[in-house]
Design a protein around this ligand. Structure first.
Ligand code: GLN
Length: 279
């Protein structure tokens, strides 16, 4: 009798854990390049279920998608090569799912990019948010910085008027359309204005929301502040899980073998490269 009681209890526990899992919101994180692991761990800390997205079928069932920071041109190239653009567009298009872009992800979601700052020959964007973005606005890698900025996070209960923000070769939003809510700005100090030779710019927009779409030019996933991820979870909760109408075939990872596998370094006496290319 004892044993069966124990079994029943265990089964019950397992079931309730499982049903919790089912109730967890699934948030996809585009995992082609950049800070996707950090976003996944933040989603876990907020009680969600992160899913690394590298192909169209992994996007299915997600209610929200995060496009992380990294390098927007590289990410676009990989997405193109892996045939992901159509699925990403379909995910975003109907406005039934939430999408959040951080830094390079913000560039991806912008409707327009200042031409002089884009990759030469243009760069492919998903678009969706009615903003003009200036890529690498704050300068190059060594101009990256950390600061506190004023913000307003919708639905936050605490006294949320400030947040810590990390800008890593970050973009800025120069113009916003009428349906875009501004959630945070960066005010240039006199010192910064001089350094950037922008004496007439008072502030730039660094976080926006347009319906189901969110974008930040800084990196909340690299801080311990969960509020932006919690906001995104709230936005995703109202959304439908994604089921693709043009259900993509599940492609095998073998199709994506890199064209060139770099040999282990250091290479001492054997001429691995010469052998590889038959020179
Ligand atoms: N400047 C990078 C780009 O153009 C973005 C940098 C970042 O995501 N930290 O993609």
């Amino acid at each position: 009798i004892n044993m069966s009681t124990t079994t029943t209890t265990t089964t019950k526990d397992n079931n309730s854990n499982n049903s919790n899992d089912i109730n967890q919101i699934k948030i996809g994180v585009l995992a082609l390049q950049g800070s996707f692991r950090e976003h996944c761990s933040m989603i876990k800390r907020c009680g969600g279920c992160p899913i690394e997205v590298r192909n169209a079928s992994q996007l299915e069932q997600c209610q929200g998608l995060i496009i992380p920071g990294g390098e927007s041109t590289t990410m676009a190239n990989i997405a193109r090569r892996w045939n992901l653009f159509d699925a990403l567009r379909e995910f975003e298009d109907k406005g039934e799912r939430a999408v959040w872009g951080t830094c390079a992800g913000l560039i991806f979601l912008a409707d327009r990019i200042e031409e002089s700052t884009a990759k030469q020959g243009g760069q492919e964007l998903l678009g969706g948010i009615d903003v003009d973005v200036s890529r690498n606005f704050f300068g190059s890698q060594i101009d990256s910085f950390e600061t506190e900025i004023p913000c307003s996070i919708p639905g936050s209960t605490e006294n949320d008027t400030k947040c810590r923000a990390l800008f890593i070769r970050a973009p800025a939003i120069k113009k916003v359309g009428k349906d875009v809510e501004v959630l945070a700005r960066y005010f240039l100090s006199n010192e910064k204005k001089k350094e950037m030779n922008l004496m007439d710019v008072e502030s730039v927009v660094v976080a926006v929301k347009q319906k189901n779409l969110l974008a930040t030019s800084f990196h909340p996933e690299l801080t311990s502040d969960l509020r932006w991820h919690e906001l995104f979870m709230r936005m995703s909760k109202e959304c439908k899980p994604f089921v693709s109408e043009n259900r993509p075939e599940v492609r095998s990872q073998d199709e994506f073998k890199p064209l060139y596998v770099h040999p282990d370094l250091p290479i001492f006496k054997d001429n691995v490269l010469a052998k590889r290319f038959g020179e």
